[in-house]
Design a protein around this ligand. Structure first.
Ligand code: PRP
Length: 215
């Protein structure tokens, strides 16, 4: 019997996990259990390949990986930047493409140009702070929200927002626009730093196979 240890994957619940599993299937890694939509189970095992998969809230994925509860994680670049956890970012999976932007009503552009002391609503205070303080050298008041951030400028909570833009339809529907682009985003694979040393052969094999499929 093989003494091989399980390699554990933490996947951000939802679309990201679905896309990741589709990609894994292309390199021969399947987990039939996880695909049954109505299950409430959170952890799934592939005994033949000695793999485990679990579904976590996106922002928790880097935490599981930093502490070694998962060897590998798949999560959006936005979450990696916001959570600032220790892990190796090994691969851009090239899906979930979108961008982090400063958005607001057209008139707010002037406030940004003149480095006014403005209010910025966001789910991403770390990213917003880094952008305004370290890159733009603009002092702002950052207000943390947990979703539907576009409400900020509409109801008078903030002048602008820092948020993800994918198709732009949420902005358009709410009379807002992109004022500045902060950075491009996509799904990334991350690896625990110890696992990368201890399980380098298996992990590098997965990375090379994925690279071949992605490119
Ligand atoms: C995200 C993001 C924007 C929207 C962007 O919100 O925060 O609101 O999607 O997508 P679009 O450019 O294609 O319209 P999400 O759906 O995750 O919900 P949330 O507002 O609760 O964070």
């Amino acid at each position: 019997m093989s003494e091989e240890k399980y390699l554990t994957f933490a996947l951000g619940k939802g679309r990201l996990a679905d896309k990741t599993l589709q990609l894994m299937e292309q390199i021969g890694i399947t987990c039939s259990e996880i695909q049954s939509k109505d299950t409430r189970k959170l952890i799934f095992v592939n005994e033949d390949l000695k793999l485990k998969f679990f579904l976590a809230k996106g922002p928790d994925v880097p935490t599981y990986v930093e502490y070694g509860a998962a060897d590998i994680g798949v999560v959006g670049k936005d979450t990696l930047l916001e959570e600032e956890r220790r892990a190796y970012e090994v691969l851009d999976l090239k899906f979930g493409n979108c961008k982090m932007c400063v958005c607001g009503p057209h008139d707010a552009k002037e406030l940004l140009n003149h480095h006014e002391m403005i209010r910025v609503a966001t789910k991403y205070p770390v990213i917003a702070k880094d952008y305004f303080y370290n890159k733009k050298h603009q002092t702002v008041n950052i207000i943390k929200l947990n979703g539907s951030v576009e409400l900020g400028p509409i109801v008078g909570l903030s002048d602008v927002i820092v948020d993800i833009v994918e198709t732009g339809s949420t902005l358009k529907a709410n009379g807002l626009e992109i004022l500045e682009e902060i950075c491009p985003l996509s799904a990334r694979m991350i690896v625990n730093q110890v696992s990368m040393q201890m399980e380098s052969k298996r992990i590098n094999e997965i990375i090379s196979k994925l690279k071949a499929v992605i490119n």
